[in-house]
Ligand binder design. Sequence first.
Ligand SMILES: [Zn+2]
Length: 547
Amino acid sequence: MKSIISTIAVSIFFLSTPLVAEQSKKSTDTNTEDQQSVVPITGVKAEAVQKVDDMQKLTQEIVDSLFSFSELGFQEYETQKYLTVLLEKNGFTVEKGVSGMPSSWWATWQSKIPGGPVIALGSDVDGIPKASQKPGVAWREPLVEGAPGHGEGHNSGQAVNIIAALAVKEIMERENLPGTLVLWPGIAEELVAAKAYFARDGRFDDVDAVLFTHVSNNLQTSWGNPQGTGLVSVEYNFEGIAAHGAGDPWKGRSALDAVELMNVAWNFRREHLRPLQRSHYVIVDGGDQPNVVPAKATVWYFVREITAAHIRENFATLHRIAEGAAMMTDTKMSRRIIGAAWPRHFNKPIAERMNANIEAIGLPQWDEKDQAYAVALQTLMGAEKKEGLATQLKGLQAPPEKPISGGSDDIGDVSWVVPTVTLRFPSNVKGLQGHHWSSAMTMATPIAHKGATAGAKVMAATILDLMMEPKLLEDANTYFKDEQLKEITYEPFISAEDKPAIEKNTEIMAQFKPALEKFYYDAKKYPTYLDQLGVKYPELEKPTGME
Ligand SMILES: [Zn+2]
């Protein structure tokens, strides 16, 4: 980062109406010292927040368009086309196909004044297999039976980042602020298969801070190592000898036998692993037909643990088991790393500043329709509490005292090469099932749009803080070097030779794309995607006669 010209502060003017949301009271379980005093957002930050409000139509169009594309990891081509056209139209320079991933891109805008901070904004874009779902209705109804859909809500984060960037860019241009904005996608996050490659290839070398966004059911950020795990995602391939299953099976060596023995061994071993581990597998290739001894078979594992050291240990155990399975069956074994995620660590000074902006901006104003829909979905899914949408902020999340297991995100690798935080924004409903069609139901409704707008406001305010206050970036860097990296050295799980698994999901998308195309959102013809689908939001009662 180059130092910021000191005269900038002079040109900042202050608006008379500070933005403090009515709903931004913190719940009681967070630190109490600043509970009564929410710092209002003023000046250019208030202006940026207003600009985000003015762009609500574009926010809705981005969220709805990505929802309608329903693309899986490494196949995000419609998403890429739509977003890169939008970014180029708005003055960003776009590079496509970075880090050997054809569906990826890297968009950069640099202010005319040289130097200044480089702030990179990221968010995932891929969907979930078999999660196709009509939005705005309170019952199961796929748009296309068996097709992928946004059952994780990854259609919303790019809108948060792009709208925030557009608001900030306009102000930076007018105020002659030096600095660079980078917009990048989390490709194939559901395969945990891209961000470690971006980090490995030096994509963040010149970046001062990364602000990442992810859909949630509240507006929140955290610092340190949050709940969840890191992982290695790895395929084991076995090669045997084909033979007639009845004629001369003794001549065959079954690769499927090796896969089954490997799985049995791992399932026995589970008892002797730390309870915090999570591991799961699918058999990607189990042979072709029963009367042909399978000459080839592949099993795909996710090995998750809380610390990088424990992930490495379990991965080594899994590898030995694979070697044992090959030995037992006289087959050949090879492995291929599909993806990896280091356990996350988020930057404290940036998270604290982002949280101050969250408190000033507050949660969206949900209306009765939004709340009725949220409760209907919680009822449908048997959620523990049918409490509707969040109306209270949860406050800044500190690291849990004892580690809590759970999912992973390859933003972990990014967080070990550059100061990083994740903003969670409220475009979805608490109590629904993750990686499931129920988590797609709100994702093209006013709930998703309002949640993304709230997120974009926080992002815009935080980007401006980072652009205008050299001390904040200095503090972020000090924390990163002196606290985060003090005891742990980042050693990626992927090597220089590993390549992204870009062939993944090719066949599924080829199968469903023709049917999904009929459902692509046409923003020129319809105000919203719900209008295009003829949904009178919210539709709570399943029509009679429908199966
Ligand atoms: Zn996700």
